[in-house]
Structure formats: C-alpha cells, structure tokens
Design a protein around this ligand. Structure first.
Ligand SMILES: C[S@@+](CC[C@H](N)C(=O)[O-])C[C@H]1O[C@@H](n2cnc3c(N)ncnc32)[C@H](O)[C@@H]1O
Length: 745
C-alpha cells in the first residue's frame, strides 16, 4: 500500500517516463542551503541539528475529514470507533506503530495523522481495511489528503458564516475547501449562508483543479475566478434585495502566495537538489504586490492571512514588513499566540541577511554588484523600523516541533483606510501611532493613489523592477508565459426570472417552498432551451449582476440543481434534480416527489441496474406503482432500520448505524415499468461499501446524486474525469443520462 489514498488522475502515464532513467536516491544534504539558513539565525545553535536532521525524515500521512459538520463528525467517529481500536498493538515481523491519531491543534479532531512503516501497511489485514476505507472516502471527497501545516492558515483566518472571503491564490484548493466549510458551518435548515467565497488562481488550468476540489462541497456561495491576484479588478456591485450596494471588499482574505517552497523538503525531497540562493529573489516582488492588492480589497476591521511554505525571510518577514510600512499604520500584525494553543510555533524574526545568487552576503541595496542590481528590491532587507513592527507575531512552523512540514503564517488586521503609496514618495520608516500621526496620514492620503485608482492603474502602484536595471531592460514576460495558456471565453451567466415557465414548472413539480429565492437560478447557454439550471446565493448574484462584470473572469459558480431530461417516457416535468443540488434543494421541497425507503430497497437499486416494480418488496409496490413517471427522490434513514445495530460483516463489529448515520437522499428516475438510481459508478460503489453490500455497476455513466453520506460523494466522484464541471464536456455527460433512462424499458 502506497502513501497516496487514491491514484492521481493526472499522473503521467508510465510510458512517458524515460525507460533508461536510473533512479538515484536523493542525497539529503545541501551545504549552501544549510549555510544560508544558519546565517539567518532562525533558531539557536543547539536546536539547529535537531531541525536539520528532521528535514530528512519522510512526513507522516495526514488527512482532514471534510464536509458539513454533522457529516464530518460521522466520518470522524467511524475512524475513531470502527478503525482505531483495531489498529492498536499491531505487530508484523516485529514492527509496530502507533495507530492514527488526531492532530492536537486541529479543532474537533477533524485533522489526523499516522506514521506507519511500509511492511506493516502491506502485511496487516487491519491496515488493509483502513486503507480501503481511506481510498473510498478520499475518492468521494469525505476525506482529503492535506499536509498538516497547510491546514493552519484558514484556521487563523477566523471565518464566520456571514463573511465575504477572498482566497487570492487558491489552487488546487485544499484551503478553499476549509473556508467553504466554515461559511457553511451553521447548517441551519432552509438557510443559504449570506457569506461568499471568491477563490482565484492566475493559472487557468489550475483554476479548474480548484473547481474540481471544491465542487463536492456544493456551495452556492462559491465563485471561482482566474486573475493575476495583484490585479484583481474593482467592481461596482448590483444592489442586493435590501437595495444596498455593498462594496466589492472582503471581511477575510487569504493570501497563500506562490513561493520557493523550501519548507516542503520532507514531502518534496527534490528541493535538496534544486535549492539555490536565487529561488526566493524573483518571488518577493510578486508576493508584495499580491499582498498589497489583498489589503486594498479587505474591509476595515477585516483579517488577512499571508502564508508561504518557505523558510526564507525574503518571502516572509520582508514581505510583511514592507506591507506594514506601505500601510503606514492602517495595518497591524495580530497577536495569535492564544489561537490554536496546541500548535507549537516559533516567532517571526526581525533581522535577516540578504545573499547574492552566488552566495555572498550584501548588507545594503547600495552594495549590490552592478550586474545583479535588477534582481533586488530595497524591501528585501530588514527595514530600519523592523524592531517596531512586531514581526515576532508572525508564526514560523518548523518540522521538528510537531513532526510536520514547515510553514510561515502572518495574521494582519486592517485598522484604517489603506492608500497605496505613491511610488515617487520615499518609503515610510516609522509606523504611525498617535492620533496626530493618523491625521497626517489622512492628509498625505489625498496626494497618493486611491484604492479605486490603484486597481485601475495596472502596474503603476506595484513593486516595479528597479529602474535602469538589466531586468527592467528585458521585455516583460507575457501573461501566458507566467500563468499558462488563458482559457476560452466564458459563457455568460444569465439569470432566469422567477416567473420563467421552466422555473414555474419545476417549482410546482417538486413542491418548492413559496419563499425560496427563485430569482437566483441561472443558465449559461444564451438562446438555447434551458438545459442545466444553476443556483447561486444572493451575494454571488450581486457580483454577477454588476455593471462591470465583464472585468471579472468568473470561470465557475453555482450549484447544478436541475437538468432537462429529454426522454421517450412521458413525464409531467422534464427536469430531474442534479447530484450537486439535491442536498440543498430537498430542504425546500415538499414530500410530493419523495419516497421513504428502507435498506432492502436501496440494495435492490444497487444490485440491479433497472429493477422493475415487481422486484421490490410487496409492501412498497403499490406506492411505487402510484408514482408518476419522471424524477423522484428516494430518502433512506438508517436510524429507522430494525437491524441498525446488527454487526456489519464487512466492518468488524460495527452495526449499520455505526457507519452510516445521517439521512440519505438520492435521485431516481421512474420510467414506465422500472427504476434507475441516478448515481454514477463511484457513488454506487461507495454507497455499497458503506452499507456492507455488493453492487453492480450501471452500464452507463450517469450524473446523479444523493444527500448526506452519498451526496458528498456524488459531486466529488461525478465529475472526477472531467476537467471542468461547467464546460460543454460536462453537458455531454448529461446527454448520457438520457440514454440510461431510455434503455431501461
Ligand atoms: C501555494 S499555491 C496555493 C495553494 C492553495 N492555496 C491551496 O491551499 O491549495 C500558489 C498558487 O498561486 C498561483 N499563482 C501564482 N501567481 C499568481 C498570481 N500572480 N495571482 C494569483 N495566483 C497566482 C499558482 O498558480 C498556485 O496555484
């Protein structure tokens, strides 16, 4: 058993690897790097050897239990009660290991780690079973493989359900997923959170990884964009239902910037070979520019978290110090020493050294050799007022402290309006503290570039390559060179009127609540008959309806809720409920299209692709016959099962409800004489595994879905093969569902 829980879909096929290549174990030494970090004095001489040796040890496996709180707790308890007791005291060939355990600092025991030798993983049947569970749950999105340290920034962002949050450099999206869960943390029935998550990445291809990663969370509050984060546009939003025009600003901003990544040595041993003095140099400017745009778009009183997976002060404290000085008193480092108290950390540093690419220390910008001038910014050096900036409030996470990777995190609060300093003005050396100083700053602000202007002025306010330098003479890299090929032009987002005939049709058919916001449905194909209907939150709508929306490149938003199902069997309503939307929409539906079913009926649907009414138990046949053709919703409540505590043979000693607790809802198509569970292959398998039964694969790939334990799976598994959920390719998947329905007769 490998360390990965699931096969990576995008891994290059074996044949692409060089057959003649010889694989030599990486030598985990790098004298230049060692000398560099010793010079930075990031820790005491006594601690150094422990730190350095720890970088050479492979990382433990870590995972996070994802999803809405109640659902995540169910999975957590399964790990705790169904698996961990069986993984204690296991010994194979004299090798023993501690069982999986929760990360001490992760709230509610939803983050876990384990470090088990390969022999044990391979030979122990108990671990084989645990692995099978992890693979299945990862595939369907209930468990996410995520490095422990990468879980920290969202936790320190302190997100509340009403917050508007921007994740500026978000792909592949593990932190975005945490943020979405936080916005949805209240889980009140029939409430769509007022919060918003804008997840952005400059790389179009990676923005689609982000879509895939977050899709399983089915949030109508999420919007994915594709911009250089330092140039996120300003927009004038459309008025919301209360008639207010909210600013396009955020309560929380996550700035998890591109970095040299040298703190990921334990995970990426190639860093030992590739580390150079120049690695961080080209990134400092980008990092400052992204952070600055984040601060501009942060509301006063809001929190911004800046993070990197690098140990390098040039990418860390130097960036934070420069931003604090530019902010001139409108930004401060937050003391988070009491947050996540179990997390062991070291303080940020206030003094560091700057090296040339050749490994020479340069004390001041003025001393940089002429040939290397273009590579350096004055902000790379500790500013004169470094001691006043409270850089010790930054968090440095070192691998030997809690057996993790390394990370840097700074939590900042915006305390006043921030004005981008005019580049022609000298840099501020002292932060403002007195009221008098603050008044002076306000006056100065009038002379400087405003936030609005800054966002419209492109590079003007940014940390530019020093004038006259070699780098400045070089032609600028194109956007495509920096961030990969741009994506195609996006289809528009077109809202349907609440009186639209299709909206009225499916609202009536499923008995939708009168007060459901029917004006938040949209389509993406202009002029065609509405095929896929998406639902977005009010906040997302106020952005999409902005008069400046063409300035924002939105690549994905909205939860697919209804799909037009053209069919040979006459149905009163041709719209079926989609996997992504079923958990949310069921709350707003009457029981008219809902069938309460028991385990026996679920098993029949799992073990036969198109069971006829006569194949179901007699007591339910009458109800099934009475159902009109078309889409219906099957609801299964395991807690009502008579045998709920009977040991499940597949999961040692666990009764059915020990494994599956919450209600599940999934769409089923009733044709004239038979039924078809609208779940795809992975969803069917995962459900069967949870129930401890076998299943047959449906002969066609079907986009379908369910709620609760199944529903989470639906979204994750449903589109795992497609690069984009909302591209015409995904639409093509929908076509296949039509075939299924017609074939079953
Ligand atoms: C450290 S990774 C982010 C990891 C992510 N936050 C997560 O937890 O999964 C940095 C990301 O920044 C993106 N990126 C690089 N330059 C950018 C820019 N100027 N604006 C926005 N994103 C950028 C990269 O494509 C990459 O996906």
């Amino acid at each position: 058993m490998g360390r990965k829980f699931s096969k990576r879909k995008n891994a290059p096929p074996r044949k692409e690897r060089d057959p003649n290549a010889t694989y030599v174990a990486v030598v985990k030494e790098n004298a230049k790097m060692e000398e560099y970090y010793k010079a930075q004095k990031i820790m005491s001489d006594e601690e150094w050897p422990v730190f350095w040796e720890h970088l050479k040890v492979t990382l433990p496996t870590t995972f996070r239990i994802t999803g809405t709180r109640s659902h995540a707790v169910e999975i957590r308890d399964t790990v705790k009660n169904a698996f961990v007791p069986h993984l204690r005291d296991i010994s194979v060939d004299g090798v023993i290991a501690d069982p999986p355990r929760p990360l001490a600092w992760y709230p509610d025991e939803l983050g876990w780690h384990f470090d088990v030798p390969r022999t044990l993983l391979k030979k122990s049947p108990e671990y084989a079973k645990f692995h099978q569970f992890l693979v299945a749950e990862t595939e369907v999105g209930n468990i996410s493989r995520q490095e422990a340290v990468s879980m920290i920034p969202p936790l320190l962002l302190d997100v509340q359900p009403q917050h508007w949050v921007m994740d500026m450099c978000a792909a592949p999206g593990s932190k975005t997923a945490q943020i979405i869960e936080m916005v949805h943390a209240n889980e009140q029935p029939k409430v769509v959170p007022t919060g918003l998550i804008l997840a952005n990445d400059a790389d179009y291809r990676r923005s689609h990884m982000l879509i895939h990663q977050t899709k399983r969370l089915q949030s109508p509050c999420l919007m994915v964009t594709n911009h250089d984060a330092s140039l996120m546009p300003s927009l004038k939003l459309a008025p919301n239902k209360a008639g207010e025009v909210l600013p396009f600003q955020f309560d929380r901003v996550l700035c998890d910037v591109p970095c040299s990544g040298d703190a990921t040595l334990r995970k990426n041993p190639m860093v030992w070979n590739n580390w150079t003095h120049g690695g961080a140099m080209g990134l400092h400017g980008t990092q400052v520019n992204i952070l600055q745009r984040g601060v501009q778009m942060l509301k006063i009183g809001g929190r911004i978290v800046y993070s990197t997976c690098s140990f390098n002060p040039m990418e860390n404290e130097a960036v934070v110090a420069e931003m604090l000085n530019r902010a001139n008193g409108s930004l401060e480092l937050v003391d988070v020493s009491h947050e996540l108290p179990e997390l062991k950390r070291r303080s940020g540093i206030s003094d560091w050294k700057v090296f040339t690419k050749e490994g020479e220390i340069v004390d001041r910008m003025e001393d940089v050799p002429e040939t290397a001038k273009g590579k350096f910014y004055p902000s790379m050096w500790p500013p004169k007022n470094a001691g006043d900036l409270h850089l010790e409030r930054c968090l440095r996470i070192y691998p030997h402290l809690q057996d993790t990777g390394g990370f840097f995190v700074a939590v900042l609060k915006k305390t006043a309006h921030f004005v981008v300093p005019n580049p022609s003005r000298p840099q501020t050396e002292k932060p403002v503290s007195t009221t008098e100083d603050k008044e002076k700053v306000k006056e100065e602000a009038k002379e400087t570039v405003s936030e609005e202007e800054a966002s419209n002025t492109g590079d003007k306010h940014k940390l530019d390559t020093p004038e006259g330098s070699e780098a400045a003479k070089k032609p600028r890299m194109s956007r495509a060179e920096r961030f990969g090929a741009p994506g195609p032009k996006e289809e528009p987002f077109l809202f349907l009127d609440s009186t639209n005939a299709d909206v009225e049709l499916f609202s009536k058919f499923y008995g939708m609540d009168e007060d459901f916001p029917k004006d938040q449905f949209l389509v993406r194909s202009e002029g065609e008959k509405n095929k896929t209907i998406y639902f977005v939150s009010e906040a997302v709508k106020s952005i999409l309806k902005s008069e400046d929306i063409n300035r924002l490149k939105v690549v994905n938003t909205g939860v697919r809720t209804f799909i037009r199902q053209d069919s040979n069997s006459p149905a009163e309503c041709s719209f079926r409920v989609h996997a992504e939307g079923i958990s949310m929409m069921r709350q707003f539906f009457s029981d008219a299209r809902v069938m309460a079913v028991q385990l026996a009926e679920v098993i029949i649907l799992l073990q036969s692709p198109y069971p006829k009414t006569s194949e179901f138990p007699e007591h339910i046949q009458e109800r099934l016959t009475a159902l009109p053709t078309g889409c219906c919703i099957f609801e299964f409540d395991p807690s009502l099962e008579q045998d709920k505590d009977k040991p499940n043979p597949r999961w040692e000693g666990q009764g059915l409800t020990g494994f599956v607790k919450g209600k599940m809802v999934f769409p089923v198509w009733k044709a004239q004489v038979s039924f078809n569970m609208l779940l795809n292959k992975q969803e069917r398998r995962s459900l069967a595994m949870r129930l401890g039964v076998d299943c047959v694969d449906s002969p066609h790939v079907v986009e379908g879905g369910a709620k609760g334990t199944i529903a989470k799976t639906a979204a994750a598994a449903g589109d795992s093969e497609t690069s984009s959920a909302d591209t015409p390719m995904a639409e093509a998947d929908e076509e296949e569902a039509v075939e299924v329905e017609e074939n079953q007769e």
